[in-house]
Design a protein around this ligand. Structure first.
Ligand SMILES: NC(=O)c1ccc[n+]([C@@H]2O[C@H](COP(=O)([O-])OP(=O)(O)OC[C@H]3O[C@@H](n4cnc5c(N)ncnc54)[C@H](O)[C@@H]3O)[C@@H](O)[C@H]2O)c1
Length: 254
């Protein structure tokens, strides 16, 4: 028996990076998956990997920051599998600039990417979980919710940090609202993780700048996507049944 055997998990942004690693890890532990992303090619690679690990997989191409696609993603889980047990709100990202230079469009884009999809997918999933009196919702926050030192020094990460603090606050309130329905709502807060996208920038910083991730992270290295996926798996499993309203840092110490 896997740790999430026969559970149905919806994962947003599953084509690449942490979302792809989370999809594979949940598949390895017995979950069936509904994977969403705007990247159709990446999505089919993630689906193939999860199927090879034994999972039954559905995919949906769509922008989860819009109401229709967010509802359709959750609807696909209910139509295909008759339930949704686990929702991983993984989509997020940033357009960085120093505060005195930040275009309002970049601020709005970052807010939309990190918060709107998380809200829309959670809103769509909650009634199904409430009806079954069972559910696990895991949101991707970030160590940046307390400020992200290297980004602030060199690129300007205030919009991203504000959003990831927002994810923490959103998660805390939703955890309280859904507690009486036996639904656990938590977040993970990754530090600098060596994904395809972020990893290239982070590794370059390690070679070129003084306040680099390796220098400022107690464990002295970038994290691996699988290390974040393992934390998500724990929160998605019944091993975490008495944990709710918590952001678990996966950030190499502090
Ligand atoms: N990588 C890190 O170091 C790191 C650190 C802390 C937090 N995080 C958070 O973890 C999450 C995943 O990060 P990542 O590094 O894997 O990101 P990534 O950019 O590598 O991957 C994000 C995925 O989401 C998809 N996506 C983007 N916009 C979408 C939309 N509107 N609708 C549907 N899909 C969309 C992309 O196509 C991509 O497959 C994000 O919330 C990010 O903020 C990452």
């Amino acid at each position: 028996m896997g740790r999430v055997q026969d559970k149905v998990a919806v994962i947003t942004g599953a084509a690449k990076g942490l979302g792809a690693a989370i999809a594979l890890r949940l598949a390895e532990e017995g979950a069936n998956l509904v994977l969403g992303d705007i990247d159709a090619d990446g999505l089919s690679t993630s689906a193939s990997n999860a199927k090879a690990a034994g999972s039954d997989v559905e995919t949906l191409v769509g922008d989860v920051t819009e109401e229709g696609p967010a509802a359709a993603l959750v609807g696909r889980a209910v139509d295909r599998f008759g339930q949704i047990d686990i929702l991983v709100n993984n989509v997020g990202g940033s357009r960085n600039s120093k505060i005195w230079e930040m275009p309002v469009e970049d601020w709005d884009h970052t807010v939309k990417l990190n918060l709107r999809g998380t809200f829309l997918c959670t809103r769509a999933a909650a009634p199904h979980m409430m009806g079954k009196r069972y559910g696990k919702i895991i949101c991707l926050s970030s160590g940046a919710r307390e400020g992200t030192p290297w980004t602030a020094f060199y690129q300007g990460g205030s919009a991203y940090s504000a959003c990831k603090a927002g994810v923490h606050g959103f998660m805390r309130d939703v955890a309280l609202e859904l507690a009486e329905y036996n639904i656990n709502v938590n977040a993970v807060g990754p530090g600098p993780i060596d994904t395809e996208r972020a990893g290239a920038v982070l590794r370059k910083m390690n070679e070129t700048v003084e306040y680099s991730p390796n220098h400022m992270t107690p464990l002295g290295r970038l994290g691996e996507p699988r290390e974040v996926a393992d934390a998500v798996l724990f929160l998605a499993s019944d091993e975490a049944s008495y944990i709710s309203g918590h952001t678990l840092a996966v950030a190499g110490g502090r």
